[in-house]
Design a protein around this ligand. Sequence first.
Ligand SMILES: *[C@@H]1O[C@H](CO)[C@@H](O)[C@H](O)[C@H]1NC(C)=O
Ligand SMILES: *[C@@H]1O[C@H](CO)[C@@H](O)[C@H](O)[C@H]1NC(C)=O
Length: 290
Amino acid sequence: MKRDICIALLLLLAVQVASGQDTDDAVFNEADTPVTNETPHALYNKGVELGIINTTKYTFKSFENDDLTIFRPIYTQNVMNSTDPVSYEEFLINNNYGILADTQESLFERKITKRSTADNKRRFVNTVKKGDILITGRGIGGLVGHAAIMTTDNWVLEMPGGAGWQNGIKDNNRQLTKHAWFDVHKSDWTTVYRNRNADVARAAAVWADHTYYNPSGGTKKTRHITYRLTDDIWSTNPSYCSKLVIQAYYFGTGKRKVVRDLSLIGKLIVPATIPNYFLSPYTLVNKGKF
Ligand SMILES: *[C@@H]1O[C@H](CO)[C@@H](O)[C@H](O)[C@H]1NC(C)=O
Ligand SMILES: *[C@@H]1O[C@H](CO)[C@@H](O)[C@H](O)[C@H]1NC(C)=O
């Protein structure tokens, strides 16, 4: 299951070239380094002040739970243990507290639904279309969300990340059917986003398929992409989940200005904020969560 986790966080900031310092092998020691001096209340209030958290949609109680069970473990395992870590507060802000920017819903919202899993899956497979962007919450282990793109009405293309990401994971790109993808992520909500412009969506899907799977669109994988979080937003190898998705809409859609200039974007493309990158009239429509 670990393989299915995309650890697309601020890691990038963390693994960036440290300012001229040479080998700093001080390994993080949980016992004597607190994650933060801020109280959970202060961290939550910061998110409210910044307009990231809507207190109706993401209660303090939910945050308190996610803070302990999701954010702190990821931070300590993945960010703090690096040469140039960002503060815990910055880490939360950069990940938008795991909240989808458009709906203000947490990626880690409990999956409570009257529908059965089978019903939910049926709705999912009947909804998704070529070019759609899938965004989901945790897998098992450390993640702050995951994103993927539909390259046809049936196939999902993704960079799942997984164990060993610190050193890069060779040949991490893969395609799986929408049915298989749903099964992997069935215990978390998957939110489906669709571009308002169908031509744009199709073009992005083709670019993603040709660049990240097979240049002639064949069913055999001929492109082998290494998973690695770097601050290079232009290269297609190495790459990671949400970078693949944004690149497809940036590079694959011709002269149209679909995605805001990548050079303006921060250092890492975080799954929860993907909808923010799109420019009118090519913004994304939320097709629901499944
Ligand atoms: C917060 O969510 C509630 C419930 O959906 C909504 O009515 C309200 O407008 C939201 N507040 C802001 C500031 O977006
Ligand atoms: C922490 O960093 C060290 C040195 O870079 C590495 O060997 C170790 O696997 C890391 N631990 C975790 C939990 O990521």
